[in-house]
Design a protein. Structure first.
Length: 188
């Protein structure tokens, strides 16, 4: 057995050991995608609110540290960090549509990296059954990135939910397709 075959065998064994995790991941992404596609505007605005609250909670956590352990970091820099967290958090909370526009731009950039990672993973899985599912998901990610970035900032709030929904759905289905094409043993 040469080095390439050994590596393929080791990879297949690692995938087999984690097949329940792959199946769960595929189902979770598929359901999340269906939810986002069923209510894209609600999904988009929920993300904006979630992001805003996350920043506000982060500011509170930093604030506790500044009060309880002021000597750990420069107090002025810490207070400026808190103010930045609060400012951005309240911007997302009070102007959720603008927050969605910002998140949409970030998502377009995210999809570029997501596609690169999926292309890399697909290349790494060369010779493994079902790798074309991962490659296809990477192609969808780069198409979504191009669509978002080409039309930004004219996108409306529903675009974020639709694009994320499509990506989640394709990622879930690709993971499930990859899972089902794997050779399954009776003793698994």
């Amino acid at each position: 057995m040469d080095n390439g075959d050994l590596k393929k065998q080791q990879l297949l064994e690692a995938v087999r050991k984690n097949k329940a995790l792959l199946l769960s991941e595929g189902v979770a992404f598929t359901l999340l995608g269906l939810f986002a596609l069923a209510a894209p505007t609600i999904f988009s605005l929920t993300l904006s609110y979630f992001f805003g609250w996350g920043l506000v909670v982060g500011a509170l956590i930093l604030g506790v540290r500044v009060v309880r352990a002021p000597d750990i970091h420069n107090r002025i820099v810490s207070i400026l960090s808190i103010l930045l967290y609060l400012f951005l958090g309240f911007m997302f909370l009070f102007y959720p549509v603008s927050g969605v526009e910002t998140l949409t731009l970030v998502l377009g950039i995210f999809f570029i990296f997501d596609s690169i990672f999926k292309f890399y993973t697909s290349a790494h899985l060369r010779g493994i059954p079902g790798r074309s599912w991962i490659l296809s998901s990477g192609i969808v990610s780069i198409v979504l990135a191009i669509l978002i970035l080409a039309s930004w900032p004219t996108n409306t709030p529903w675009v974020l939910g639709v694009v994320l929904g499509v990506n989640f759905l394709v990622t879930g289905l690709a993971t499930l397709g990859f899972f089902w094409q794997l050779p399954h043993q009776k003793d698994d």
